[in-house]
Design a protein around this ligand. Structure first.
Ligand code: PLP
Length: 405
């Protein structure tokens, strides 16, 4: 007997695609789904009709004309199709025999990306949280690192990594631009891993990468701003990264990948892999890194890079930077508005000097801004990662919010 759950007819797949591409789907309520695991299934087509209003109808539209709030991009359609292929093939990179080509694809992607950062290789992870942990694991086990030094605004994943690895975390103050203050670094860095952030989460600041090499190990957390390296215009912002020992980049941010996709890279990947490898009796090759079973996340990334080439990626990053810069220029022209800094890496922070940021935020259309606290003040935050942004519409919304606050 053929189990049709595993052998779809083409029309069923096309129905799912039609729903995905529908311009508007009325939002549905999750309460229509039973509280208890249903005894009887309803079949795939009924599931599509049931879930489309709930999943598609309620989703935030990251590619809408005013989406400008977070580091989450809309994704190119080629990645949707590659995820579909991946889900259907279900390759597991833990076992080369069930991922005969996916492992080589990951190696090829790493071979493409690593040289831009002066790294010799690495692997994919589900996010920079895991990349940061993996890099600091290598630092600890290769060099006996005892301390992690990071700025006061470094991402919370650095706290998690230090905790998991049993390392002391020392937070160093920042200068007015939100960069790690070099003068505040401890004198003795011989047992320390220094974490420099390229694109801080709140303000997009880039720590001075000329500090790379000052400590026993330098890790650059470039979860956000790493892809600037692919832009001829902006690559210089990450000058010095090539002197780091390791780095993290989230592909599901400025490389426009669906979650969960990131990389960890090492200047000396061979040495790093030696301490990151664990063998098991059921494994034909050692397991490198933190993940056990994991999928072929490099396939959509490879497809995107093939579709766009470096120049196509750079064009999208440059466009995002231009939009952020033009927003900063616009904000600077407004009365009673303070902008945190010139745009460094596509993140824009501003506040009104006469009204409450909460009030302004509540008067902005949902999805166009987020808020963050920097220097004990609440700021409106925008992140430029949406190729469909209509900056004029966003400016109009900001003016209206200022008027109504
Ligand atoms: C600077 C920085 N590092 C690390 C992370 C964690 O990355 P991920 O969400 O990919 O785990 C983030 C997330 O926003 C970040 O901004």
């Amino acid at each position: 007997m053929v189990d049709h759950s595993f052998h779809p007819d083409k029309q069923a797949i096309l129905n799912a695609v039609d729903l995905l591409l529908a311009k508007q789907i009325e939002p549905g309520n999750l309460s229509v789904i039973e509280q208890k695991l249903p005894e009887q299934g309803i079949g795939e087509q009924a599931v599509l009709n049931l879930l489309a209003p709930i999943v598609l109808g309620n989703a935030a539209k990251l590619g809408s004309e005013t989406a400008f709030a977070h580091m989450d991009p809309p994704t190119p359609w080629i990645t949707w199709m590659m995820h579909c292929w991946n889900a259907s093939l279900n390759q597991n990179l833990l076992h080369p025999d069930v991922s005969p080509v996916a492992g080589d694809i990951e190696s090829r992607v790493m071979q493409w990306l690593s040289p831009y950062f002066g790294m010799s290789g690495g692997h994919l992870t589900p996010g920079s949280t895991i990349s940061n942990l993996t890099a600091l694991w290598a630092a600890r086990d290769l060099l006996g690192i005892k301390q992690v030094i990071a700025s006061e605004v470094a991402h919370i994943s650095i706290d998690k990594a230090a905790k998991v690895l049993g390392l002391e975390l020392v937070r160093v103050p920042c200068n007015a631009a939100g960069q790690l203050d070099k003068e505040a670094l401890p004198d003795d860095l011989t047992k320390a891993a220094l974490v420099l952030t390229a694109g801080t989460t709140s303000a997009g600041a880039i720590d001075s990468l000329s500090l790379a090499g000052l400590a026993a190990w330098t890790h650059v957390d470039a979860a956000w701003a790493g892809p600037l390296r692919f832009s001829e215009k902006h690559a210089g912002l990450l000058e010095g990264v090539e002197h780091a020992d390791s780095m993290a980049v989230s592909a599901h941010k400025w490389l426009f990948q669906p979650k969960e996709s990131a990389v960890v890279m090492f200047r000396d990947v061979q040495s790093a892999n030696e301490v990151l490898s664990v063998s098991g009796v059921y494994l034909s090759t050692p397991n490198v890194g933190l993940l056990g079973s994991h999928g072929a996340t490099a396939v959509p990334l490879l497809a995107t890079l093939l579709a766009w080439g470096r120049s196509g990626l750079a064009q999208r990053i440059d466009f995002a930077m231009e939009q952020a810069v033009s927003l900063v220029d616009f904000l600077k022209q407004q009365n009673n508005v303070e902008v945190f800094s010139d745009c460094v890496s596509g993140v824009v922070l501003w506040r009104s000097t006469i009204c409450d940021s909460e009030d302004i935020f509540s008067n902005l259309p949902s999805g166009c801004a987020s808020t963050t606290r920097v220097n004990n003040q609440l700021w409106i935050r925008h992140v430029s990662v949406n190729p469909n942004i209509n900056i004029k519409r966003l400016q109009t919304s900001i003016l209206t919010a200022l008027e109504n606050s």
